[in-house]
Design a protein around this ligand. Structure first.
Ligand code: FAD
Length: 439
């Protein structure tokens, strides 16, 4: 394999999608270079030690749903990385709904529960209409804000659904298209209560975490594939001509290849100058950006039970999950907290303490670890959540743009927004660029 320029393929971005694409292409004998803006691989997966401990925490992606994320699970198996037993299924859940504290999986009376189940049933039926359609097909009425669908429901049912939807989408129901929820339901299923296997697609209570952190996977892929990996190398421009692509880095050097796999997040695409310009639908989504803005903080909390889950509406914290006395020698709990940037400053222990105390009066946040993905110029957001009108734009990413093909969990027809989607789309992009190049 030649490692000299021009490369067969340049891959933009060393998140899971870019790394999987690069590995697959290199395995086919193509010469591949990966340019990654950060000084590390893994993108929105990032595992590190909680301050002052040897316990690994995940600042980005964390949960894997083995029943639904087959491509991702296969990657963990391939590299011998173990999933942890599911410690979170069936955690006692407390709800703070419009100032009222309630407990239980679903804090609804019989009539409310019937309304909840009917609503979910309608959504599941609607989701089934989407199944089997070409990817990212829209249909009338589907691209409305999820909040519009909640308007007619009894207030507490709407509050429960708003809270769950905000956790799942990482954005307010008013800011996401119904189709985002439908897509999740079509793939994961939407049982109101945990099933026999503990699986609860909607509330996500049964997903598994990874021994030693999810971030190992990117490190392991990067260590094993035969491609050149350039870190600290943000791409500023991509120009195509009859012979190939020229990629210009922010520091000014230019590199040539026969084709390019763009595996950067949708919310950062507008920072790269493409010539010819990106197709209209892609350019529109890149300019508008998706809604996923969740903030995640991992907190050491004294005075709070380790085995507790918390949901709130309206959201200050959109959710908090205690993972027990995870750290040897601690009495304190390690609590994974989610919020939205408007309502929670995750770097502020006092702000987190104030929110947790609304339910656990003795709680005191001692230390916080987090990364601000919204302010990060190489993410500009959290996981993908389509705004109303954006769903149908995604189809454009499945077509090559000349010698450029697209990858990433943000545009994956399966497992959209999840690590699994990154793996699936990385594989698909490797196939697609080979077709473009006739390789
Ligand atoms: C807080 C949080 C929690 C999450 N929780 C979960 C979860 O529990 N389960 C789950 O499945 N998913 C979760 N996700 C989503 C998951 O992290 C993503 O779906 C997945 O990691 C995206 O992979 P990717 O390769 O498509 O993109 P990314 O991981 O974002 O990789 C893109 C890469 O491109 C690089 N890049 C950007 N711009 C440039 C440029 N100009 N030049 C070169 N490189 C560039 C970036 O630095 C990055 O390395 C979470 C995400 C966040 C933020």
């Amino acid at each position: 394999m030649s490692t000299a320029e021009p490369w067969d393929v340049i891959v933009a971005g060393a998140g899971l999608a870019g790394l999987v694409a690069a590995r697959e292409l290199a395995a086919q004998g193509l010469s591949v270079a990966v340019f990654e803006a950060r000084e590390r691989v893994g993108g929105r997966t990032w595992s590190c030690a909680f301050p002052g401990t040897e316990t690994t925490v995940d600042l980005g992606a964390e949960w894997v749903a083995p029943g639904h994320h087959a491509a991702l699970v296969a990657e963990y198996e391939r590299y011998g990385i173990e999933l942890l037993p599911d410690g979170e299924a069936g955690l006692p859940r407390t709800w703070l709904l419009d100032g009222e504290t309630l407990s239980g999986d679903l804090p609804l009376d019989d009539a409310e529960r019937a309304a909840f189940e009917a609503f979910i049933g309608d959504l599941v039926a609607e989701a089934e209409v989407l199944t089997g359609q070409p990817a990212f097909t829209s249909s009338p009425g589907i691209e409305v804000p999820f909040a519009d669908r909640l308007a007619e429901l009894p207030p507490r049912v709407a509050a429960v659904l708003s809270s769950l939807a905000t956790s799942v989408m990482g954005a307010l129901p008013s800011d996401v298209s119904v189709v985002g929820m439908l897509d999740d339901m079509a793939e994961i299923g939407a049982k109101p209560e945990p099933g026999e296997d503990g699986e609860n697609g909607f509330a996500r209570s049964s997903q598994r975490r990874v021994e030693g952190g999810v971030g190992q996977l990117a490190d392991r892929i990067a260590a094993t594939f035969e491609a050149r990996l350039f870190l600290g190398a943000p791409i500023a421009a991509v120009a195509q001509d009859a012979d190939g692509v020229e990629v210009t880095l922010a520091e000014g050097t230019a590199h040539r290849a026969r084709g390019l796999v763009s595996a950067v997040p949708v919310n950062t695409l507008a920072d790269i100058a493409f010539r010819p310009e990106l197709p209209a639908d892609i350019a529109l989504l890149a300019a508008e950006k998706h809604s996923g803005q969740a903030v995640k903080a991992i907190a050491r909390v004294a005075g709070m039970p380790g085995d507790a889950a918390l949901s709130m509406w309206p959201p200050a914290l959109t959710g908090a999950i205690g993972i027990g006395t995870a750290v040897a020698g601690w009495d304190d709990a390690l609590v994974i907290c989610f919020g939205l940037p408007e309502t929670l400053d995750p770097t502020d222990p006092d702000a987190l303490t104030a929110q947790l105390r609304r339910v656990f009066p003795e709680a005191r946040v001692v230390e916080v670890a987090c990364h601000d993905w919204n302010a990060d110029p190489y993410a500009r957001g959290a996981w993908f959540a389509p705004k109303p009108g954006q769903w149908a734009l995604l189809a454009a990413f499945l077509q090559p743009h000349g010698r450029v093909v697209f990858a990433g969990s943000d545009i994956s027809p399966t497992s959209l927004g999840y690590m699994d989607g990154a793996v699936v789309s990385g594989r698909a992009a490797a196939e697609r660029i080979r077709e473009v190049l006739g390789a």
